[in-house]
Design a protein around this ligand. Structure first.
Ligand code: FMN
Length: 385
């Protein structure tokens, strides 16, 4: 059944991302829910992302007559229907089984980008069937050049064209809340897990159908496919390997646009531009890595001013509405990603859940652009606070 059939009913029932969040929580076992929701440390950074977006104000101008906002946005020569896309989420199949395929199909239906994580639970080859030769692939940098080259080749050959290189995971973060809930990188069937599963039958049935989530993209490089070996491989062969020298190599090896993800300091953005990166994604990983980091929004204007026209500026962390997208764009973002919001959609509503998130964002963007008195995203006055 296509999204159109659900649209009106869902808009009444789930008009905002928060409604999907509440429904998702009722459908996901607690351990997976806490994995999705957690920040790190005392979660000050997680909260500050939301607070910074809430507190930033845009001043409207009136008496503009009827306005028809245009949302189409071009990025790296590709025309998207709106200025936002789906951020990469690792272990996404734990949050909702087959979510990678659902997200990829939604993105393609709606002419928006979907970024597949290196540590997603589905392979680029499988997800490539749905991305129409325009996927984004997120790379955690492998130490071995043979593995790196193989991963890049696999992604490129099946239609991933934009590479996101994640810089902000030099080491795994502690994520205390997820640990307290019993989360481990190598999911095991424990009595507590079975009990949680029994209370979440739709998730359990889908998991029985799909099998327990595995890091399918990288398991072929580990000694064995068992979850412990794969988690060990990840820790020993992918963490802490990124340097500017490595980034230069990636630039040379990747034919398409390349974006550095997780940047908060303007000097890092300038360095990335100087070695030929096409974009910088201003992000603090949704508050999951370094609790001392600034709110992502607070780094945006400085980075945008520092890189000027030398590269595109993208933004994520805390985005839950079309208005958040507008706020980021008014501080210099050319394009915006959201992570959790899309996972809420898929977990709450399944195949067309991400379509509904897109509809909420689009309606909110259009409505707030009229409130602001603009038809074009280019008319967002920089720093209009
Ligand atoms: C559950 C979860 C898993 C994530 N996994 C990855 C990942 O594998 N690679 C990556 O670069 N970022 C990952 N991120 C960060 C997102 O790409 C994005 O930066 C973040 O979700 C943005 O914040 P938001 O969730 O508030 O929109 C993850 C985020 C979450 C919530």
């Amino acid at each position: 059944m296509a999204y159109e059939k659900h649209r009106e009913h869902w808009l009444d029932r789930y008009p905002a991302i928060e409604d999907l969040r509440r429904k998702a929580q009722k459908r996901i076992p607690n351990v997976a829910w806490q994995y999705l929701e957690t920040g790190t440390g005392r979660e000050a950074c997680l909260q500050s992302n939301l607070d910074a977006l809430n507190q930033y104000r845009l001043t409207p101008k009136f008496c503009k007559g009827p306005l028809k906002p245009k949302l189409e946005t071009e990025l790296f020569g590709v025309s998207y229907s709106s200025p936002f896309g789906i951020a990469p989420i690792g272990l996404s199949g734990l949050i909702w089984p087959s979510s990678e395929e659902m997200l990829a199909r939604s993105a393609t239906r709606n002419k928006l980008p979907y970024a597949l994580s290196t540590v997603a639970t589905e392979t680029p080859e499988k997800v490539g069937e749905y991305i129409n030769d325009n996927g984004w692939f997120q790379l955690y940098p492998p130490k071995e050049s043979s593995v790196r080259k193989d991963l890049l080749k696999r992604a490129w050959e099946v239609g991933f064209r934009t590479l996101l290189v994640t810089a902000d995971v030099p080491t795994p973060s502690r994520r205390e809340r997820a640990k307290r809930a019993g989360f481990s990188r190598s999911p095991k069937i424990t009595p507590a897990f079975i009990w949680q599963g029994l209370k979440r039958p739709a998730w359990s049935l889908a998991t029985l159908k799909n099998g327990l989530p595995r890091l399918k993209t990288i398991e072929s490089y580990a000694d064995s496919k068992d979850t412990l070996s794969v988690a060990k491989y990840l820790q020993e062969h992918m963490r802490g390997s990124l340097t500017w020298e490595y980034c230069k190599t990636l630039r040379d090896e990747w034919q398409g646009p390349i974006i550095i993800k997780g940047i908060l300091h303007e000097e890092d953005a300038i360095l990335a531009a100087s070695i030929g990166f096409d974009g910088v994604l201003v992000s603090n990983h949704g508050g999951r890595q370094f609790d001392g980091a600034p709110a992502s929004l607070d780094s945006l204007a400085t980075i945008s001013a520092a890189v000027g026209d030398s590269m595109k500026v993208l933004f994520d962390s805390g985005v839950r509405s079309g208005l958040d997208v507008l706020k980021a764009m008014s501080l210099g973002a050319d394009f915006v990603l959201a992570g959790r919001a899309f996972m809420y959609g898929v977990a709450a509503l399944g195949e067309y859940g991400a379509d509904h998130v897109m509809e909420i964002f689009n309606q909110d963007l259009t409505n707030n652009m009229i409130q602001l008195g603009i038809e074009s995203l280019d008319d967002l006055a920089i720093g209009n606070s």
